[in-house]
Design a protein around this ligand. Structure first.
Ligand SMILES: Cc1cc2nc3c(=O)[nH]c(=O)nc-3n(C[C@H](O)[C@H](O)[C@H](O)COP(=O)(O)O)c2cc1C
Length: 170
């Protein structure tokens, strides 16, 4: 599969079978995150792989959707604001950008491996923090990524802006 095929085929998956995710596949996905680029190579991130039913139940409280409960595991991607690059001109914190790149590396690896996932950012960060016992104020849970085998294929058309609407060649 070409890179563009992976990008074209990927869909957000909101419904998973109870087939477990193989450890080798999980390792591959995490390696894709580990190798992601980051500003000044600061790598201001950490990853919680949550499989424990007990902890998953607490995480569901931060994002209460039935479909989310069907995933066999999730990865919570945390940004470390005390370790991220701040641009000297305006102090812009690049933590979110770095975390987004590492997350998208995982998302595309998931697709390549025939698995499915869905970015989740619309969760209650305080409840998620509690579920994972994160006490450090500099550490922010930014993305929850449920991963598993999709319950059914989704061939719905991708709704995207036309090239002419978004690209300016000057
Ligand atoms: C930063 C970000 C946050 C998102 N947060 C959520 C979310 O909280 N819940 C959800 O169901 N989908 C979420 N999504 C998935 C988007 O809704 C989805 O990517 C978009 O509608 C395009 O659909 P597709 O992923 O199937 O191509 C998020 C995606 C991104 C990139």
């Amino acid at each position: 599969m070409s890179f563009l095929d992976i990008v074209r085929n990927r869909r957000s998956v909101r419904g998973y079978s109870d087939t477990p995710v193989e450890q080798e596949k999980l390792d591959y996905i995490l390696e894709a995150a580990r190798l992601a680029p980051s500003a000044v190579n600061y790598q201001p991130w950490s990853f919680f792989v949550v499989k424990s039913r007990d902890v998953l139940n607490k995480i569901y409280e931060s994002y209460d959707r039935e479909w989310f409960r069907s995933a066999p595991l999730c990865v919570v991607v945390c940004g470390h604001h005390d370790a991220s690059w701040k641009r000297k001109f305006d102090e812009k914190d690049h933590c979110d950008i770095d975390v987004a790149i590492a997350t998208e590396h995982m998302v595309l690896a998931v697709e390549e491996l025939g698995l499915g996932c869905c970015w989740i950012c619309n969760f209650d960060p305080e409840l998620c923090r509690k579920a994972l016992n994160i006490e450090d104020e500099n550490v922010e849970p930014m993305v929850i990524l449920p991963i598993g085998y999709a319950l059914k294929p989704d061939n719905a058309e991708k709704k995207r802006k036309e090239m002419g609407e978004i690209v300016t060649v000057i």
